[in-house]
Design a binder for this molecule. Structure first.
Ligand SMILES: Cc1ncc(COP(=O)(O)O)c(C=O)c1O
Length: 272
């Protein structure tokens, strides 16, 4: 990769973060499918799954069992010092990390919005500057995640997580139309919860506003965040207020871990 790689200079690329569970990259087929989708959405050529799988094997071997996560990045390759894209070839980078993950989530409300009409909405793009600013904001407040609204003030997602809400014996998550990423963990949680008969659904646009966060502080609703590295994780505090764990969210968290252990590469179903 060169210093003029368009991924580096303008964030013109896509990526995936995978959790390593029991020595294997979890849900690799789904992550490769989303990488393909993200690449297509921003006009990159389809990344070679074989090349990426080969690079992952090499990184895993070099990690000698110590790695806890992988990152796959694909950029448009070397480009001019402007927003216009170069001719490629695309850059593919696979890296491994050993970061530990927090056991619960401490969240704050982000004072910024996700633009659900951006060309990058729903794309796991390397243009994550907004997320980096919000994550730094959360850290400054002693938290590890910031939850944001979209431009209509509806609940959207965290900087690196999707959000689940437990209200009146039901599990709810905002629709992709809210501008959230089609999280792999969100998708699996929806599928596995429904398979197990837990009441779960994607809400209609606008059904969940940021007022559910006030309700969580008041103790009327419960929150969890989902991501590849966190799994389904209880939001233990919001803006410094302690939140109790929701009974259904607790069951979903345990169910998710059990299913993930049993099924390291769950086949993709239709998208949710
Ligand atoms: C903005 C955003 N939303 C949601 C997620 C969760 O997605 P996944 O479950 O695929 O890790 C991520 C993951 O990093 C993310 O960056």
């Amino acid at each position: 990769m060169t210093a003029t790689d368009h991924g580096l200079t303008v964030g013109d690329g896509v990526f995936e973060t995978l959790r390593i569970r029991d020595g294997q990259p979890f849900a690799l087929t789904r992550h490769l499918a989303r990488l393909r989708y993200s690449a297509e959405r921003i006009g990159l050529s389809e990344p070679s799954a074989d090349e990426i799988r080969g690079a992952i094997d090499a990184v895993m071997e070099a990690g000698r069992g110590r790695l806890t996560r992988l990152r796959v990045t694909v950029t448009s390759g070397q480009g001019p010092m402007s927003s216009a894209r170069g001719e490629g070839p695309q850059t593919v980078v696979v890296t491994g990390g050993e970061a530990s993950r927090p056991r619960v989530c401490h969240a704050v409300r982000a004072p910024w919005h996700r633009n659900e009409r951006s060309p990058l909405t729903g794309v796991k793009s390397t243009s994550y500057g907004e997320n980096a600013v919000m994550a730094a904001y959360a850290r400054d407040k002693g938290a590890d995640e910031a939850i944001m609204a979209n431009t209509h003030g509806n609940l959207c997602e965290g900087t690196a997580t999707n959000v689940l809400v437990e209200i009146d014996g039901e599990l709810l998550t905002p629709p992709l139309a809210s501008g959230c990423l089609p999280g792999i963990t969100r998708g699996l949680a929806l599928e596995w919860a429904a398979d197990a008969g837990l009441p779960i659904r994607v809400t209609a646009p606008g059904e969940l506003t940021m007022s559910v966060l006030d309700a969580a502080i008041a103790g009327d609703t419960h929150l969890a965040v989902t991501s590849s590295t966190r799994g389904v994780q209880h939001v233990a505090s919001l803006d410094g207020h302690e939140l109790a764990a929701g009974p259904l969210l607790r069951r979903l968290g345990a169910l998710f871990e059990l299913n993930a252990e049993r099924n390291p590469d769950p086949a993709p179903r239709r998208s949710s």
